[in-house]
Design a protein around this ligand. Structure first.
Ligand code: PLP
Length: 458
């Protein structure tokens, strides 16, 4: 069996001694492992503070899709406000059946409803899966802010596998193999790989042939793969989204949800598609134990509204396509701006992120007291009011001078603004006109970036 379940209670640890000043609170080891509030959330707080004191900040830091709730979905939520009972921990059958059909129609994956589980956000499901599966985790570097802290919280060692801009940050099998071999000597057995395409923070996607190659390698090595496909429907059209579950169903778990393509992050709704057969069934049982012990179930009205969100309704499909096209135009505008300014940046093909590096200006930056990614993010925030996330948040080396810029928020901060963007795009989808006429703030971001690069080139 490829899936190896973690003994659920073996990680519990004894509390450690705390400084007197915290008494009577005593934190466990897990709580004290140097974890900080998620970088994205703390940046968001800082930006909000600046806004509250009347400062105008261009928020490129928060990866939240901002389009309004589709009317059919908000209607379904209203209609189900009276649903107040606990529901099955892994989701009601009608919802799981609907999601199975969605995955079949959208991704050509044959999925039975028993393989579908839902949770309060894919983040919670990821935590439950990391808790239930394997002992050691393999993570690409860079990767999404949450993977490493979750592994730390649960007490599982991480094997880092570097990825490189020259290779579009795509996981290289030889490098993966080398890192695994090294870890086998030092740590034990790295056996749970987390991948993410379209990718946060780089915006790149794994092409189908690379996914197939990785699937073959994973099968050969008996690796379990969690494939975070939360941005699957925000592919810009250059590379088709492909799930590893297409080639390696027995060893892969897909994560998805409504946060990105439906802009419903705050509704907290995530999906996991488990492997078929007995291994998948055992994992399902483990998830049921975790879910029923921690969150009980996804809020009842949300489960009923999610049935509509996953119903393959043509109006909702059209809305998803529309929002995706808008994300693509805005993200490509940021990318083109950076490239025209001579800032090295890999081309994004999905999601709403770009991940440039300012390393070539290392000396000019040092002269300004900027010595690492964090200094750079602070410099841009303080001097240019551009809020970005430092590459370190994604586990990049601090001297990589990488930043993640998200296009999702600018000029779409409120429902009213986002609705106007949709109307404008429908009236004229030409990307140049769309940006020129309807994105004053995005254009200002481009102007400020140009000013910054000009300053560095002096
Ligand atoms: C790669 C990735 N996975 C998962 C999530 C979180 O999704 P959810 O809202 O379903 O917890 C995010 C959100 O930023 C993300 O970027």
């Amino acid at each position: 069996m490829i899936l190896k379940l973690h003994a659920l209670c073996s990680f519990s640890q004894r509390g450690i001694k705390m400084p007197e000043r915290y008494k009577p609170l005593r934190f466990s080891n897990a709580g004290m492992r140097g974890l900080k509030v998620s970088a994205t959330l703390s940046l968001n707080d800082r930006v909000r503070e600046m806004w509250e004191t009347g400062q105008d900040v261009y928020h490129l830091g928060f990866g939240e899709s901002r389009f309004p709730v589709h009317p059919k979905i908000s209607e379904a939520l209203k209609k189900n406000a009276h649903q107040r009972s606990y529901l099955p921990a892994l989701g009601i059958l009608e919802l799981r059946e609907t999601i199975a059909r969605f995955y079949e129609q959208k991704f050509q994956l044959k999925v039975s409803p028993e393989r579908v589980v839902v949770g309060p956000g894919s983040k919670s499901l990821l935590y439950a899966l990391t808790l239930a599966l394997g002992e050691e985790i393999i993570l690409p570097r860079p990767s999404w802010v949450t993977y490493a802290p979750q592994a730390h919280l649960i007490g599982k060692p991480i094997t880092w596998v570097p990825t490189f801009p020259e290779e579009n940050f795509i996981l290289n099998i030889d490098t993966l193999q080398e890192c695994m071999a090294q870890s086998q000597q030092e740590l034990g057995n790295p056996e749970l790989l987390i991948i993410n395409s379209p990718n946060n923070p780089t915006g790149t996607m794994m092409p189908p042939e690379k996914i197939e190659e990785l699937a073959d390698f994973a099968r050969e090595q008996g690796l379990m793969v969690i494939s975070d496909e939360i941005y699957a429907l925000i592919a810009h059209g250059k590379i088709p989204h492909t799930s590893i579950a297409q080639y390696y169903p027995e060893g892969s778990i897909i994560l998805g949800g409504l946060s990105k393509h439906m802009s419903l992050g705050g509704w907290r709704f995530g999906v996991a598609i488990l492997p078929p057969g007995r291994a998948g069934k055992a994992l399902r049982d483990a998830l049921q134990t975790i879910a029923s012990s921690i969150w009980s179930c996804v809020a009842a009205p949300i489960q009923y509204a999610a049935i509509v969100a996953y119903s393959n309704d043509p109006d909702i499909d059209e809305y998803i396509t529309l929002c995706t096209r808008i994300h693509a135009i805005r993200t490509r505008y940021l990318y083109n701006t950076l490239v025209e300014l001579g800032v090295p940046c890999v081309e994004p093909t999905g999601a709403f992120y770009v991940f440039p590096s300012f390393k070539k200006w290392e000396k000019a930056l040092a002269a300004r007291g900027v010595h690492n990614n964090e200094d750079l993010a602070i410099y841009l925030l303080d001097k240019y009011h551009l809020a970005t996330l430092p590459g370190t948040a994604f586990n990049c080396a601090s001297n990589s001078f990488c930043l993640r810029l998200s296009s999702s928020y600018i000029d779409a901060g409120t429902d009213e603004k986002a609705t106007k963007l949709i109307e404008a795009y429908k009236a004229n989808p030409n990307p140049t006109t769309f940006i020129d006429q309807h994105h004053p703030r995005l254009k200002e971001v481009a102007a400020r970036l140009a000013e910054f690069v000009h300053e560095l080139n002096q």
